[in-house]
Write a protein of this length. Structure first.
Length: 280
């Protein structure tokens, strides 16, 4: 088994290689004067390779396609896409739009693809090979346990994140709830937890992805107003676009924890233990 890390997943690839007790291959990633990308795998290429590369930027997809093509002599190519950009465009919302998740999946020529908590599992059907989505909720649960919080309560910011909150809740035996909007009048809306009082409790706001941080920032303010103790943020994919981190800390978040599906300062939870088990 040879582990090859793309430029977006260098640390994660190295951690997976360490879990498997193999070396991660040395690669070169540069750019030509005209802006085109250059990719080269320096080490000899094995008969079975696993390429690990998140698609955070458009250029990450090009690097991934170049790495796959570089391994054409391999008998088996596994591709791990910890964060798959464009996966939120899984259907046409307006006339003339592409199904972007399908467009991306159609470019991947491999024997098996692994994703992590992909936004919509129907995207897996667009790959021409076997595709497996890996659930990282247990890693989130382990991190929460390690914090030793005061009467912890998991809260999903909306019903869309409720499934993830429920999974983590069942794994670590902690209560969960979600925030619900109730319209009082034409111009007045209240937002509060559906069932459980947050007073004096440490709160873990949980979602699969944090993008601009707007919804989470508002949720943090609301929970603080409802006399919650500390509010923490946990997610699988820390997109954290633009000034999201500043918005969240200004809103009063105690800390932000995320996996290394996207490598950032908040990526203190590594996916390597579960990914290494799948790609053995």
């Amino acid at each position: 088994m040879q582990i090859i890390g793309g430029p977006a997943s260098q640390m994660l690839a190295s951690r997976i290689a360490r879990e498997l007790n193999v070396n991660v291959s040395l690669c070169e990633f540069t750019k030509f004067p005209d802006g085109e990308l250059y990719t080269r795998i320096v080490d000899d290429i094995a008969e079975e390779v696993t390429i690990i590369q998140s698609i955070v930027k458009d250029s990450d997809l090009i690097n991934l396609l170049q790495l796959i093509d570089s391994c054409e002599s391999s008998k088996r190519i596994n591709v791990v896409i910890p964060y798959m950009g464009y996966s939120r465009q899984d259907k046409r919302f307006k006339h003339g739009e592409p199904i972007s998740s399908r467009a991306i999946a159609n470019t991947i020529n491999a024997d098996c693809v692994f994703t992590v908590n992909i936004h919509e599992k129907s995207t897996l059907d667009y790959f021409s090979c076997k595709a497996i989505d890996i659930d990282a909720s247990s890693l989130i649960g382990d991190k929460i346990v390690s914090l030793d919080l005061e009467k912890p309560l998991l809260i999903a910011p909306d019903e869309g994140a409720l499934e993830l909150a429920k999974k983590v809740s069942e794994y670590i035996d902690v209560e969960f709830d979600y925030l619900e909007k109730t319209r009082i009048s034409g111009d007045k809306v209240t937002i509060k937890t559906k069932k459980i009082d947050v007073t004096g409790r440490d709160i873990i706001l949980i979602d699969d992805m944090i993008s601009t941080g707007g919804t989470m920032a508002e949720s943090i303010r609301i929970l603080s107003e409802q006399r919650a103790n500390d509010v923490y943020l946990m997610c699988i994919h820390p997109v954290l676009a633009k000034n999201a981190v500043l918005r969240l800390f200004n809103a009063g978040v105690k800390d932000i924890f995320a996996t290394d599906s996207i490598e950032s300062a908040q990526s203190s939870i590594s996916l390597s233990p579960i990914l290494s088990n799948y790609i053995l």
